[in-house]
Design a protein around this ligand. Structure first.
Ligand code: COA
Length: 161
């Protein structure tokens, strides 16, 4: 489909769940932006630069994927950059209310903008970045949760925190 979509998030850090959604979006759409953003309600463990670096390695080889980062409203960025839709993963019913609210708000700001939800794959249903941070910072094994190529860097950083 010759559409441009955007996968926004904190990616603090990138997980296999994020990568699953990004890979599937890159097969379905012509161009996929990954937007590494500040979620004002969260205190990140990884800097924006670190998150971008990890993501860049994780998505190597996906030629239609580009990583961006910006301040300001997502819906405005989409208007300015010709983005047709936001793509997000839905893990469980518990994600729905929050995601629905964000989708409505984004559509109010930019009525042309759609939000498309992909169901998370069964291995990622329970996965989140905060879970990875917690297990990693306590010395637990996170190899089933994060892309192999960035595993060691994530482990090293989480041990330091
Ligand atoms: N696999 C694994 N984890 C997943 C996942 C998947 N498929 N889908 C979501 N998650 C997890 C993430 O890891 C993250 O976990 P955490 O809370 O433990 O860190 C969480 O679900 C999603 O949080 P986040 O990445 O912060 O994204 P969000 O859905 O809360 O949206 C922004 C945050 C940055 C996209 C949003 O705040 C935004 O658009 N900001 C820009 C300013 C703006 O326009 N504001 C108005 C919004 S209406």
């Amino acid at each position: 489909m010759n559409k441009t979509v955007i996968c926004p998030g904190s990616f603090d850090p990138v997980t296999l769940g994020h990568l699953d959604i990004i890979k599937r979006a890159s097969k379905m759409f012509g161009k996929v932006y990954i937007a590494v953003l500040v979620n004002s309600s969260k205190t990140p463990s990884f800097s924006i630069e670190e998150r971008i670096e990890l993501l860049s390695d994780a998505v190597k080889g996906l030629d239609n994927v580009e990583i961006v980062s910006f301040e300001g409203l997502l819906a405005e960025y989409c208007r300015q950059h010709g983005v047709d839709a936001i793509v997000k993963g839905l893990r469980a019913v518990s994600d729905f209310d929050y995601e629905f609210q964000m989708a409505m708000a984004n559509k109010k700001i930019n009525p042309e903008l759609e939000t498309i939800f992909l169901t998370a794959d069964s291995d990622s249903m329970y996965l989140s970045s905060s879970m990875v941070r917690e297990i990693g910072s306590m010395g637990g094994d996170i190899s089933n949760f994060v892309p192999e190529c960035v595993h060691d860097r994530i482990v090293k950083k989480l041990k330091k925190n």
